[in-house]
Design a protein around this ligand. Structure first.
Ligand code: SAM
Length: 162
């Protein structure tokens, strides 16, 4: 079985990081680095094969400047995922289809950036800039029906980086 290495957990709340550290210690996960870090202005420099967000995009979206902050989120998080890596987002506020649409909007902004090179400060060749495609989603969450539509309270969606 392949084991994960170089595990890092972040949150911008010191209290959340303290709690995570103590739970990891209690449960014997001594190999996780924890860091107080604002994902919108991350201090992380490396890239990861797997980036997992559970509830952070949700929290960011609730800010009064949510729409702008969500764009900042994608710019920042996309740089943390290594080429060929996977981003997994769990949300209680967005549906799977909304998350997929948000990724498509991000990819489209990439295309637009290269259509207007003068307005771009990107120095990387286009094919190296991160874009994402839908990979899979969790299908086993309990569902409910409302107004003839079937949905679930939680969505977990995996996206593959180019
Ligand atoms: C719904 S909670 C989820 C906490 C944890 N991931 C979990 O699943 O139990 C949302 C978390 O996002 C964190 N958060 C909100 N905005 C953030 C930001 N810009 N950078 C880092 N963390 C942020 C909050 O501090 C909060 O702990």
């Amino acid at each position: 079985m392949t084991k994960f290495s170089n595990l890092t957990g972040t949150d911008y709340s010191e209290g959340a990081i303290d709690l995570a550290r103590s739970l990891a210690e209690r449960d014997g996960f001594s190999n996780i680095n924890f860091l107080v870090d604002d994902v919108l202005e991350t201090k992380l420099e490396g890239q990861f094969q797997l980036v997992v967000d559970k509830g952070t995009l949700d929290a960011i979206g609730l800010h009064p400047d949510g729409p702008i902050k969500r764009i900042m989120y994608w710019e920042s998080v996309s740089k943390l995922v290594a080429p060929g890596g996977v981003l997994v987002i769990t949300s209680c506020n967005s549906t799977k289809d909304e998350l997929v649409q948000e990724v498509e909007n991000f990819n489209q902004r990439r295309v637009n950036t290269f259509a207007e090179p003068e307005s771009s400060d990107e120095t990387q060749p286009e094919e190296l800039l991160p874009t994402f495609q839908y990979l899979s989603h969790v299908r086993t969450y309990p569902t409910f029906t409302f107004g003839g539509s079937v949905g679930s309270r939680v969505a977990t969606v995996a996206f593959l980086r180019n």
